[in-house]
Design a protein around this ligand. Sequence first.
Ligand code: ZN
Length: 272
Amino acid sequence: MKQIRVLIAKPGLDGHDRGALIIAQALRDHGMEVIYTGLRQSPNQIAQAAIQEDVDVIGLSSLSGAHKSLFPKVVDALKAQQAEDIPVVAGGVIPPEDVPYLEERGITKIFTSGSSTEAIAHYIKQLIDKDREPVTKPKKIAHIGIAVHSIEQALPFYKDVVGLDLSVVEDVESEQVKVAFLKIGESNIELLEPLSDGSPIQAFLTKRGEGIHHIAFEVDDIHNRLAQYKELGVPLINEAPKSGAHQSEIAFLHPKAAHGVLYELCQPADKE
Ligand code: ZN
């Protein structure tokens, strides 16, 4: 695989390039060749430099607040020079509310100020290296797990009041938990009742009482995804999948990875 070439550019008038230099160094540390255009480049100059240097990707940085007009202008300048196949990623001080607009205007990916340089480098590698497995989105919310003292006592609310159908009740010995699944659209509510005092659900009930315990993402590549999350420095409770309800494979991320939410990755058993 040839070395990835990146053009780092700062469109506009702001005179601070510390952020751009940090990104440039981080990408070099990841084995990329980085060309930095310097400060105060016009969108046209940036597009021209990208074409002349034959880069694989352009990284734009802006702290000035002018990103909403300047970033799309770079995309337009590439188009005008038949170089719209060069993807443009961008970062800097960009409020989250501007992200959908910029992505709609042709910026391939926006990294807001909290993004790690690891995540940016990882994204560029999978964007350019077609042999690399991309980090795809989870397919859907598989279920929302709710800790209860007793499934029997909780069921009337879900069945009789909300009107959901009970699809499965089973014991998951590995977790010392009894689970009941109630189907809702493409997802499920999963009620979790502890089977013993040693169950993690009992520990949760003792500490927090009944309530939402976790959210499960359905994925179809759990091994690969755990490896990618590990590479990104995401703290994991399970570094390898274990068996969950219904012969699924599951693994939990540490809640400190996700602002206090316990997420489960869940890969259903192959359907016959
Ligand atoms: Zn679950």
